[in-house]
Design a protein around this ligand. Structure first.
Ligand SMILES: CC(=O)SCCNC(=O)CCNC(=O)[C@H](O)C(C)(C)COP(=O)(O)OP(=O)(O)OC[C@H]1O[C@@H](n2cnc3c(N)ncnc32)[C@H](O)[C@@H]1OP(=O)(O)O
Ligand SMILES: CC(C)C(=O)C(=O)O
Length: 631
């Protein structure tokens, strides 16, 4: 058994700080911290293949473009790549924006500090960063030093660093800042940390204008984030000359709580956060700067970092680190703005509809089920939000059709088409792409080519004389009272038929004309809307038809510049839907003498077939409708 029955013999609970008057739980974050991007140092040192100079260069330019003003670029004493990269940045005119600080890291070893400072020669703004572990574990195991020796080394190296930087006139062209990290801060004695940092501060002599940075790392995350916040609050309230100190955080993510730790610790008083884009870094990584930044953004606080084109950032990060961003990574993951399940899709679709109806602009209040952030704010499109698989419902399918074909399907058609999609996804056993769903719709409702019916030519005439009920006294005849005559040519299965019909409107006139072909459809539902605007406007018409005495209902869809023609096409689309499942069915049908179903079993057409085998039929509920085939 690899797992111990009693892990308490091996692992002990982390001892929390006794901080009964803690203030941080009632604080809120109201502004972004100072950010330090350490992708090119902490991130880079943990890669299987660290970045080469060109990759670092490209990454650095991206960080500057995003708005980072403090960037840890290297560990110059590690060797040629980092040293040379630092020199290249400094010696290439215009490579480093004037307001950007280059930060570099060195251990507390004089020869390494010297080499590190050498690499910074000529920099405009530089942060020299030294680290030394202060935890009992490291003191005992790694260094063999006690508290006194640790403190002395920290002070000695700080003095040395000062002597070759801000106290050295030959480096006067550089604006120097100093950062000290008591490594393993969160596993160290809080009083000792304050003691070391006060001593280091005294050695560096910062001012309010040029504060010293104390970076307090959770080098290994060992406890719940509230404990880290307690430790930070303790440090902030106990360090002397707080106004001359910038308190920085450097949370690692061993327990998966680095983001929470960084947020609670800011509430506890920290001023600055070190991390990496998408959290690359040692072991489980550094705290993720994208999540922290966009968490602020969704609270209405601009992080001062521009994540408008997150996809391009991901591209550079993935190429440089050779590690993919997890599909579920907050904000950036491919799947985090996607909904597959029906109820999520339905809610999101309604949310977007409500926004559209309210005429909401980009900057208007975001109130959206399931989506905490408007994907467009980070350069992601709405198309990818809803993806369809066997878990999806009508809402999701309708969304795809809306996005791809600009069609606002009526509810009944959503239900009908969603069943068709459901069958398809079950059969395929995978997600259907938007383009596939679009094709399925086009094919199902004969948008490109009606397999059986084609409206070749037609004419609609009005005739008041055939009106069954003459206008009542005192009232003049209105359009309502007019009868419409449809006369046209319809090609069915390659053969042209001249048909005529009369009805209250163009649609009923055609429906009636179709009765002449024994196609007896009643319009049960009708919806239309326009697509596009200006000269390119088209009408989209949706018609649900029932067939006399038949339970079956079918939908037809028509799109045309002319609204009347759109409705005629929609009716023929519905007619075709009845017939397309029965490719061998001839049109018109032979008159049926008996009640026997002439269709072979399996066609799904029962004895109440909507397709009445009569020519010149008058089976519609409206007896005024008359149809005739003239061949
Ligand atoms: C928490 C962090 O992420 S800290 C940053 C870590 N990053 C890196 O280490 C990347 C770059 N590192 C390197 O290139 C090398 O490790 C170097 C150049 C720093 C040192 O190389 P080496 O001299 O070969 O030593 P090595 O790599 O074995 O490092 C361990 C030594 O450094 C000492 N050391 C470790 N941390 C520190 C420190 N903060 N200050 C002083 N000495 C330190 C260790 O005690 C050990 O010394 P020892 O050899 O006397 O026992
Ligand atoms: C050098 C320090 C800040 C570090 O990387 C850590 O402790 O994780």
């Amino acid at each position: 058994m690899p797992m111990l029955a009693d892990p308490s013999t091996k692992y002990q609970p982390f001892q929390p700080l006794n901080l009964p008057n803690r203030q941080w739980p009632s604080q809120t974050i109201t502004k972004p911290p100072r950010w330090l991007a350490t992708d090119l140092r902490d991130g880079n040192q943990s890669l299987v293949d660290p970045m080469d100079g060109d990759q670092k260069w490209h990454y650095f330019q991206m960080l500057c473009k995003l708005g980072y003003k403090e960037i840890e670029i290297s560990f110059p004493s590690s060797g040629g790549t980092d040293f040379d990269f630092t020199r290249r940045l400094i010696t290439t005119p215009g490579a480093v924006p004037d307001d950007v600080y280059l930060q570099v890291l060195s251990p507390c070893r004089k020869e390494l500090i010297h080499r590190t400072v050498e690499s910074l020669k000529g920099a405009k703004k530089a942060i020299l960063h030294l680290y030394l572990a202060t935890s009992p574990c490291f003191q005992q195991i790694v260094f063999g030093m006690d508290n006194k020796q640790t403190l002395e080394l920290a002070v000695e190296c700080t003095r040395y660093a000062r002597s070759i930087t801000k106290d050295d006139p030959s480096t006067a062209g550089t604006e120097w800042a100093y950062e000290f990290s008591p490594e393993c801060f969160s596993d160290s004695n809080p009083d000792f940390i304050v003691q070391v940092c006060n001593a280091v501060k005294a050695a560096w002599e910062p001012s309010e204008e040029e504060p010293i940075i104390f970076n307090l790392p959770a080098t290994v995350e060992m406890a719940t984030p509230n404990i880290y916040a307690d430790q930070i609050e303790f440090f902030c309230t106990n360090i002397t000359e707080r106004e001359k100190v910038c308190v920085s955080l450097h949370p690692h993510n061993d327990r998966g709580c680095a983001v929470a730790a960084a947020e609670l610790a800011q509430m506890a008083g920290a001023d600055r956060v070190e991390g990496t884009l998408f959290g690359n870094g040692e072991r489980t990584g550094n705290v993720d700067l994208v999540t922290l930044g966009l968490n602020l953004y969704t609270q209405g606080i601009h992080p001062k970092i521009d994540f408008s084109d997150l996809n391009s950032i991901i591209d550079v990060v993935e190429k440089s680190n050779k590690i993919p961003v997890h599909p579920r990574a907050p904000y950036g993951g491919q799947l985090v703005v996607c909904a597959f399940s029906g109820s999520h899709q339905d809610a999101i679709k309604k949310g977007f509809q409500a926004r559209k109806q309210a005429g909401a602009k980009t900057e208007d209040r975001w109130l959206m089920p399931y989506l905490p952030l408007d994907p467009q704010d980070i350069g992601r499109t709405y198309e990818a939000i809803i993806r369809v698989n066997s878990q999806s419902g009508k809402g999701g399918v309708a969304w795809v059709i809306q996005r791809t074909l600009e069609l606002d399907l009526p509810r009944g058609l959503q239900v009908a088409f969603s069943k068709i999609v459901q069958r398809e996804t079950d059969m395929l056993g995978r997600e259907m792409q938007s383009s596939e769903i679009k094709e399925l719709f086009v094919e199902s409702y004969h948008l490109q080519k009606n397999p059986r019916f084609h409206l070749v030519d037609y004419r609609i005439d009005s005739d008041r004389s055939t009106s069954p009920a003459p206008p009542s006294a005192g009232r003049t005849a209105s359009n309502k009272d007019l009868r419409r005559h449809f006369a046209g040519v319809i090609e069915i299965d390659g053969k042209e038929h001249h048909i005529q019909g009369t009805g209250n409107g163009a649609l009923s006139a055609l429906a009636n004309a179709l009765k002449g072909l024994s196609i007896d459809l009643d319009v049960a539902d009708y919806k239309e809307h326009s697509i596009g605007s200006g000269r390119d406007t088209k009408a989209a018409t949706y018609i649900e038809c029932t067939a006399a005495n038949a339970p079956t209902k079918v939908w037809g869809v028509g799109i045309h510049q002319d609204v009347v023609q759109a409705s005629l096409i929609a009716l023929l689309s519905a007619a075709s839907s009845f017939l397309s499942s029965r490719p061998s069915t001839p049109v018109p049908f032979k008159p049926k003498r008996s009640n026997t179903n002439t269709m072979s079993p399996g066609h799904g057409l029962d004895s109440d077939s909507p397709l009445k085998n009569e020519v010149n039929g008058t089976n519609g509920t409206d007896n005024d409708m008359k149809g005739k085939v003239v061949e």
